[in-house]
Design a protein around this ligand. Structure first.
Ligand code: MLT
Length: 261
């Protein structure tokens, strides 16, 4: 589906009926990463998964910030008439967008789902590396990011053909949007202090073999978010929804069941 908003034109998947669950993809990929989840999200939930600005089929911006990504999510929700509180979930960069959203849109968030993400800001060195990635992407395309993630994005046993399918999808993302969001990640805020302010039900999911945002980091976030739940997905790296879709869906569904219990 597509919608026009004050922040541009957005593509999104919209499935099921009921309370809204909004899922935000990682970098640099698009909403298709949520489609493998099976069994599907339980009855009673409407799953809305947008392509964030710069990715997939949404508006590409030459410049953007993490705050712009969060604003775009709520612009989409406004445009399609979702006014009730949402469960907001995100993987990696999507989780970083969740932290920003919590700082500015907490009144619209009923619960949070953080998947293989991290709350830290970049160091000066990390920021410079992100800016350097942005330049490489502008020159050679997002394949450079896919190549840099080889050996790190997936668990060792994740089938090679599945890995190649997702590396191809990363390589096909818009060049300008990917570069802009590499810089946005470089400039992101420190969200560690935000964790202590989260006072809605929160589920943290992490692949047991995630080499990018490892389980120890998820465990640390778990200690900082009062009352949060932690699910470790065996046999997954940084992309549990595509590597272990059944176990990931089970963890999400158990959390959603807890929310309505
Ligand atoms: C992601 O999956 O969003 C990326 O791994 C984020 C990052 O590069 O830190």
């Amino acid at each position: 589906m597509r919608v026009q908003t004050s922040m541009g034109d957005f593509a999104f998947d919209d499935t099921g009926r009921g309370r809204p669950l909004v899922l935000l993809h990682g970098f640099p990929i698009d909403r298709s990463m949520w489609r493998p989840l099976t069994p599907p999200i339980r009855d009673g939930w409407r799953v809305i998964a947008p392509d964030l600005p710069g990715f997939g089929e949404s508006t590409v911006r030459a410049q953007c910030s993490i705050a712009d990504l969060a604003d775009a999510v709520f612009a989409v929700l406004d445009a399609i008439g979702v006014r009730e509180k949402i469960v907001l979930g995100g993987l990696s960069m999507g989780g970083i967008v969740c932290f920003d959203a919590w700082r500015r849109y907490a009144h619209r968030i009923a619960a949070i789902l953080l998947i293989d993400t991290r709350p830290n800001a970049e160091t000066a060195e990390g920021r410079a590396a992100r800016y350097s990635v942005a330049l490489s992407v502008e020159k050679d395309g997002p394949k450079v990011v896919a190549d840099s993630m080889r050996g790190r994005l997936f668990a060792l046993a994740t089938p090679a053909d599945l890995q190649e399918q997702w590396f191809a999808r990363i390589s096909a993302q818009p060049r300008i949007g990917t570069a802009a969001c590499a810089r946005a990640l470089g400039d992101r805020a420190d969200s560690w202090p935000t964790l202590a302010t989260i006072n809605v039900p929160t589920l943290i999911i992490v692949g047991d073999q995630d080499a990018i945002t490892p389980p120890d980091l998820a465990k640390e976030m778990h200690t900082k978010i009062t009352g949060s739940h932690l699910a470790i997905i065996n046999g997954a790296g940084h992309m549990p929804p595509v590597e272990q879709p059944s176990a990931t869906a089970d963890a999400i569904n158990a959390f959603l069941g807890y929310l309505v219990a």
